[in-house]
Design a protein around this ligand. Structure first.
Ligand code: AQP
Length: 323
């Protein structure tokens, strides 16, 4: 099956990105045709600092490679290295109702948080639709925050196919309920831009500071602790199998549990979990040429698929005028 997903290089990648999308992508590469990319055109909707974006694009490439994305088993590239996606965005724009975009929650949330209400931000889902349709993706692993964007992609693809004839594969979202929304240290959705994220590759001191500030409720020590909506439980559970989760639940429900002790455990769990990846990450950061060559080769492979779909779309809308 062809599986595709992307991530914005708009800041340091965090546990929400990892469990919501990155880890699942790495797992999928074993038995599927995996397409994975860094969506830097999308990042332009909220990042206006060129050196920062440049740096983060490189950092995100190192992160993904260190976490196990294997360029020999997948196609891994940077979105702007295949600029055909912007042409497809234009073709799709003409079958995208303004009402569809006006109902987009993410646009409303982002502008409410102070991100400028630009035309780029408004049409973010059309660029995302182009990303997905340009590669014929059948399945798209994402966190729950992207559910509506996927529905918009499907609407646009269906409208295009109905207008111009069968052109695009209609993709299915792949959202895992348990990992749908990883909470940040304040209990809200963990996000790069909300200052509530626990970064994957951070130093031990910063990690400690973040973990120690995970929001807790004021349940007395001698009372059972809540599970649902408790960021401490939810973050810890990310690292556990079913049996571990069951035991953790019992500990939370047994009076006497001290949140301070749980935080120390979580710190150790996160630090140990990423230990091998940290070592790999260090090696990659010292071999820039390898990373650059890998990403260029990924873009070459991605482009081969992209041009086939773009040509088909151009033909079907009537842009093949010299033939
Ligand atoms: N908290 C989360 N829980 C589960 N999944 C999440 N994802 C992000 N946050 C969580 C998933 O990570 C993938 C990549 O996200 P993105 O970088 O393209 O954009 P985003 O969803 O907007 O991520 P952020 O961190 O929240 O970025 P900002 O703050 O820049 O908007 C997606 O599959 C997403 O669902």
């Amino acid at each position: 099956m062809r599986i595709l997903s992307g991530i914005q290089p708009s800041g340091s990648l965090h546990l929400g990105n990892y469990f919501g999308m990155m880890k699942r992508m790495v797992d999928y590469q074993e038995n599927n045709e995996l397409f994975c990319f860094l969506v830097n055109y999308h990042a332009l909707t909220s990042v206006f600092d060129a050196p920062f974006l440049r740096r983060q694009t490189y950092e995100a490439a190192c992160d993904f490679l260190a976490l196990g994305l294997d360029p020999a088993k997948s196609v891994f590239w940077v979105q702007a290295d295949v600029p055909e996606v912007t042409e497809l965005t234009w073709l799709l724009s003409n079958v995208t109702g303004v009402g569809l975009l006006e109902r987009n929650h993410s646009y409303k949330d982002k502008t409410a948080k102070g991100i400028p209400a630009s035309q780029g931000l408004f049409s973010y889902p059309v660029l995302m639709a182009a990303d997905i349709l340009l590669y014929g993706a059948e399945k798209v692993p994402v966190g729950k925050d992207q559910k509506q964007h996927l529905e918009i992609t499907r609407d646009i693809a269906i409208r295009f196919n109905n207008t111009y004839g069968d052109t695009f594969v209609i993709p299915e979202p792949d959202i895992e309920d348990e990992l749908a929304v990883v909470p940040g240290i304040d209990g809200q959705k963990m996000s790069k831009s909300y200052g509530n994220a626990i970064e994957i590759f951070t130093d031990e001191k910063s990690l400690k500071k973040k973990v120690m500030s995970i929001k807790t409720d004021s349940t007395p020590v001698d009372q059972p602790k809540p599970i649902e909506g408790n960021p401490l439980y939810e973050i810890y559970a990310l690292f556990l199998d079913d049996r571990g989760k069951k035991e953790l639940k019992e500990r939370f429900l047994t009076p006497g549990l001290k949140y301070g002790d749980v935080k120390k455990e979580i710190l150790g769990v996160i630090w140990d979990y990423f230990e091998p990846y940290r070592n790999e990450r260090k090696k990659l950061a010292e071999d820039r040429q390898f990373v650059v060559d890998t990403m260029r080769e990924g873009a070459r492979k991605a482009r081969q698929v992209a041009t086939v779909y773009l040509e088909k779309a151009r033909r079907n809308v009537g842009l093949d005028y010299w033939n």
